[in-house]
Write a protein of this length. Structure first.
Length: 490
């Protein structure tokens, strides 16, 4: 297999490492810190080398000045050869024309007079060695000066000093390498700790309303996406394809949150539209009868009474609808306070059953009621129970049977209302708790109601930490259960 094919293999170690670096902000930032530290070490090493070379030149100039003074005072013969060996210097008469460079005149004023105008040179007498240690043996710093009419060449051999420097430089380099590679793991831990708030933000975004490195351009694009999202563009989403791993969960959480907000916004729009539609019908009826009353009812008692009865009925329906809308609005805004108390669900069911039997004489009622204590808002639970019974009355033919049951099962109390009504089609069962939903519009008009009752019952049940169950068969009947957390008996 060719190297090109290996590079294309997504499972090769090189590609796996590359993907990890590409899609992990920790790895990418860690590599940036690694190379930044490497750059810092290289700059420090270069500065150390420059300081060392400058120190060598200053030392060579100072020693050469001392030698030049001795030559000027006593001549070459007076210079101690042993002293020259100790200082790594050598003196000889210059027979050839000196070659090298002179220090600019401006800087010569800062140097000793005897050496200021001298010709300086740096020579590598041999470049054939492969070892830097051997190469240093042939480096010399040369200074040619004229004293008492004679040209002298002072040669400095810095080998011993260079060896010491290379020894310490090797130690410093080893320490730097250990620090450099030793910083990888701690750096990754620090970055992960620094990015922890982002992970927490992602988790909070995921729980909101729930029952590689990101470049500045990417972060700016993310912020721009969020800024551009408004009520008219709630379908806008953040692309997670190229998002780094640490921020991908955040982007996904934000997208999920936007999905929930979008769904909630659409539900509110649909709710307002449906509410307007429901209110438009009784208002139109009232307006029509008012016009009829204005034209013919003043002198026609039969028309007058018909209009009055119709307006009273529609007003009552509209009042009930407005009360239901206000109830749901308070629930959505969390402005409804629950009056919690401990009571027996059996007593509440018996009370509702007695009230219903006094009002409705066209159905048969059966009760299977056992003790089941709950801690809840008694008024709201009674309202939810009445909603279930009212629905059973509306959709059960006259003479049919309605059964109310209360029982405790484990840590839950169950209140059941079962009828022998028209039933609900399987495809409609999941929709009956939607606001303003009615499976049969014509029958709903005949029985009354706006399709908000079960929505209210569901809200009440869930607000108490419970849930509802529905079992229905067309032309057989419907059984709806309210399941609430049970309270232990005293």
């Amino acid at each position: 297999m060719s190297s090109e094919m290996k590079n294309k293999n997504p499972y090769s170690p090189i590609n796996r490492i590359g993907d990890k670096i590409k899609f992990s902000i920790v790895w990418k930032l860690n590599f940036k810190l690694f190379f930044r530290l490497l750059k810092t070490f290289l700059i420090l090493d270069l500065m150390i080398c420059l300081v060392f070379v400058s120190g060598l030149i200053i030392r060579a100039e100072q020693t050469a000045a001392a030698i030049a003074q001795k030559l000027n005072d006593k001549g070459l013969s007076a210079v101690n050869e042993n002293w020259l060996d100790l200082t790594e210097y050598h003196i000889a008469l210059e027979t050839d024309e000196g070659r090298g460079f002179q220090i600019p005149s401006y800087f010569q004023h800062h140097l000793p007079q005897l050496t200021a105008s001298g010709i300086r040179s740096i020579k590598l007498t041999s470049l054939q060695s492969n070892s830097p240690w051997e190469l240093f043996k042939h480096i010399t710093y040369n200074l040619t000066i004229k004293i008492n009419g004679l040209d002298y060449r002072i040669t400095y051999h810095p080998q011993a000093t260079l060896h010491i420097f290379m020894f310490f430089a090797a130690i410093i380099l080893l320490i730097e390498l250990l620090m450099l590679f030793g910083s990888v793991q701690p750096g990754a831990r620090i970055i992960r700790k620094t990015l922890q708030p982002i992970q927490e933000l992602a988790e909070k975004a995921q729980n909101f309303s729930a029952d590689g490195a990101f470049s500045p351009q990417q972060l700016q694009a993310l912020a721009g996406k969020l800024e551009n999202i408004n009520a008219a563009k709630l379908d806008t989403r953040i692309s997670v394809g190229e998002t780094q791993r640490e921020l991908q969960s955040l982007a996904e959480a934000i997208n999920g949150m936007l999905d929930r907000i979008n769904e909630s916004y659409r539900s509110q729009v649909r709710f307002v539209s449906d509410a307007s539609h429901e209110l438009r019908t009784p208002i139109s009826v009232i307006q029509g009868y008012a016009n009829l009353l204005d034209r013919w009812g003043k002198n026609d008692e039969k028309t007058l009474q018909e209009c009055i009865d119709a307006i009273k009925d529609e007003t009552a329906n509209m009042k009930a609808l407005v009360e239901q809308l206000l109830f749901l609005a308070r629930g959505d805004n969390n402005t409804m306070t629950l009056q919690m108390e401990r009571f027996d669900l059996a007593d509440l069911a018996q009370e509702v059953l007695r009230e219903t039997e006094m009002i409705d004489t066209g159905h048969k009622y059966t009760a299977h009621i056992n003790t089941a204590f709950v801690t809840a808002d008694k008024g709201l639970i009674k309202q939810a129970t009445r909603i279930l019974i009212d629905n059973a009355i509306k959709y059960t033919p006259s003479g049919g049977s309605i059964t109310i049951s209360v029982a405790e099962a484990g840590d839950h109390a169950r209140l059941i209302v079962q009828d022998e009504g028209i039933g609900i089609a399987p495809e409609d069962v999941s929709k009956i708790f939607d606001r303003f939903y009615r499976s049969d519009e014509s029958r709903a008009r005949a029985t009354g109601g706006a399709g908000l009752g079960l929505s209210i019952a569901k809200w009440i049940t869930e607000r108490h930490g419970g849930y509802m169950e529905v079992l229905s068969r067309v032309d057989i009947g419907t059984k709806i259960s309210i399941i609430l957390p049970a309270t232990a008996k005293n």
